[in-house]
Design a protein around this ligand. Structure first.
Ligand code: AMP
Length: 211
């Protein structure tokens, strides 16, 4: 199975870019956080197991992530845009052994800017659409454009959980920059720019790979 990976600090806009890219290429968008939150919302065994971990901002065990991935892979045939996977070296090893990785995009954003974006982020608990109270406002304040549900802050966007998530990012995920650079798969993207500029950068790089 072929794939493209997007990773970066929380708030770097990887979800937005992954969605655009999956529409442009006809690949499936796999957002690991959304998959886990869906299990929490449905109260499955997995959801019960990971709920506390997610709301504290810690990372879910690698093997839980691998099992979850294997359980849904048959649904995604053309190719995959990974968003929020891999986040550890063990997950990166798993990725390169199981998938043909075309390119890995690191969305580079400062911690200060990431905090600003996270605190202005709102999500729809009904359909998981994302908004920003400054840069991506819904048509009616506080209400989802897509399904009309009242928007909320994410449960793990509290200052304590954000602190923990950043810690995990710098301790576990940041080293994937070197990991993928060594494999000549990494392309760094300045994520402080507009959504359009970032997408243009990603598209240009992919065009050099025949996309
Ligand atoms: P996100 O929506 O990407 O910020 O992910 C929300 C939470 O889901 C994270 O803080 C982790 O608890 C968990 N999570 C998402 N992706 C992974 C992953 N690849 N490995 C471990 N935990 C993950």
């Amino acid at each position: 199975m072929q794939c493209i990976v997007l990773f970066g600090i929380q708030g770097s806009g990887k979800g937005t870019q992954a969605k655009r890219l999956s529409e442009a290429l006809g690949y499936s968008h796999i957002n690991m956080g959304d998959l886990l939150r869906d299990h929490v919302a449905r109260n499955t065994n997995l959801g019960v197991k990971v709920q506390g971990i997610i709301s504290s901002g810690a990372l879910v065990d690698d093997h839980v992530i691998f099992d979850l991935l294997e359980s849904i892979l048959h649904e995604h045939v053309n190719g995959i845009i990974f968003d929020g996977f891999p986040r550890t070296v063990a997950q990166a090893d798993y990725l390169v052994h199981h998938f043909k990785v075309h390119e890995v995009f690191f969305l580079d954003l400062s911690e200060e800017e990431a905090i600003k974006r996270i605190s202005s982020r709102r999500v729809c608990p009904g359909c998981a659409a994302n908004y920003n109270i400054f840069s991506k406002k819904p048509r009616v304040e506080g209400v989802c454009d897509v399904c009309g549900t009242k928007l909320e802050m994410r449960a793990d966007d509290t200052p304590e959980a954000v602190h923990k998530r950043f810690e995990q990012f710098f301790e576990q995920t940041h080293q994937l920059i070197d990991y993928f650079e060594d494999l000549h798969l990494l392309h760094k993207v300045d994520a402080s720019r507009s959504e359009q500029e970032i997408f243009a950068d990603i598209s240009k790089q992919l065009s050099t790979k025949g996309f």
